[in-house]
Design a protein around this ligand. Structure first.
Ligand SMILES: N[C@@H](CCC(=O)N[C@@H](CS)C(=O)NCC(=O)O)C(=O)O
Length: 250
């Protein structure tokens, strides 16, 4: 937030920074859990700019990249923030939040976002998908991405056995998502919620891993709707830029 001092002419002479509360996001943009947060930030920027400006201009989120490839997440300073030694993590004054779905919830709350429904039943639906995401989905698709995308990006070979195993598991999980999405447009009802952001995030790599959704048409429809949105494409572009810059730096 800035105060602009204007002369009688109306010309802005100087700006005094009042120092908004600084929130720090510790992240590494390549991987799927940070991608959730990036998607949310781009969604909020596109959909709720007015709401942010009028209600929550009192904070700003600064991003600090924690280099996973250089094991920076094992450093003493990062372990003091997240003893699990995993990214993303968020520091808001003396509040420290880790677990990407918890961060989604916190940031959506700060922005009064409609991505967190008001109906208690729909809230429960989102929580249920968060739990499914953490216990089943993320482990499977995250391991697949590790071996298909992240390791090769860092110059290591992925394990073909692991790729095969997780590809088979993924098919079963996609069956479940497809059944749900045959009944409703989004995971927690007829409007988009944090559940969609959380579960769709790793699918930013769908083309790159050659994911075939012919047997899962409802998932395909849902994903097409998400990926064709402006905020998704902006987040994807940010990922592209990060990858290009990281490659130039090596
Ligand atoms: N359940 C955690 C998982 C976090 C996680 O596994 N993050 C990965 C990047 S996507 C990580 O930090 N990996 C580093 C490691 O496991 O050494 C969350 O949702 O935040």
């Amino acid at each position: 937030m800035h105060i602009h001092i204007k002369q009688m002419t109306g010309r802005t002479m100087m700006a005094i920074p009042l120092g908004p509360r600084k929130i720090e996001l510790l992240t590494y943009p390549l991987t799927h859990n940070p991608i959730k947060i990036s998607l949310l930030q781009h969604y909020l920027n596109t959909h709720q700019k007015d709401a942010i400006d009028s209600t929550t201009a009192a904070f700003e989120i600064n991003t600090r990249v924690v280099l996973l490839d250089q094991l920076e997440h094992h450093s003493e300073s990062f372990s003091a923030i997240n003893p699990n030694k995993k990214i993303p993590a968020l520091v808001d004054g003396n509040r420290v939040i880790w677990e990407s779905n918890a961060i989604l919830h916190y940031l959506a709350g700060l922005h009064h976002s409609d991505l967190w429904p008001t109906d208690p039943y729909l809230q429960t639906e989102v929580i249920r998908w968060f739990m499914w995401e953490s216990s089943r989905w993320s482990h499977c698709i995250g391991t697949l991405l590790k071996h298909r995308v992240y390791f090769p990006f860092w110059g290591y070979d992925g394990s073909p056995q692991e790729i095969e195993k997780q590809t088979q598991r993924l098919d079963k999980l996609l069956d479940l998502l497809d059944e749900t999405l045959q009944e409703k447009r989004f995971l927690a009802g007829q409007v988009i919620s944090l559940a969609d952001i959380s579960i769709a995030a790793p699918l930013m790599y769908a083309d790159e891993i050659g994911l075939n959704l012919d047997q899962h048409p409802a998932v395909k429809l849902w994903l097409d709707e998400l990926t064709s949105s402006h905020w998704w494409q902006q987040s994807q572009q940010a990922l592209r830029v990060f990858r290009e810059q990281a490659q130039v730096a090596t």
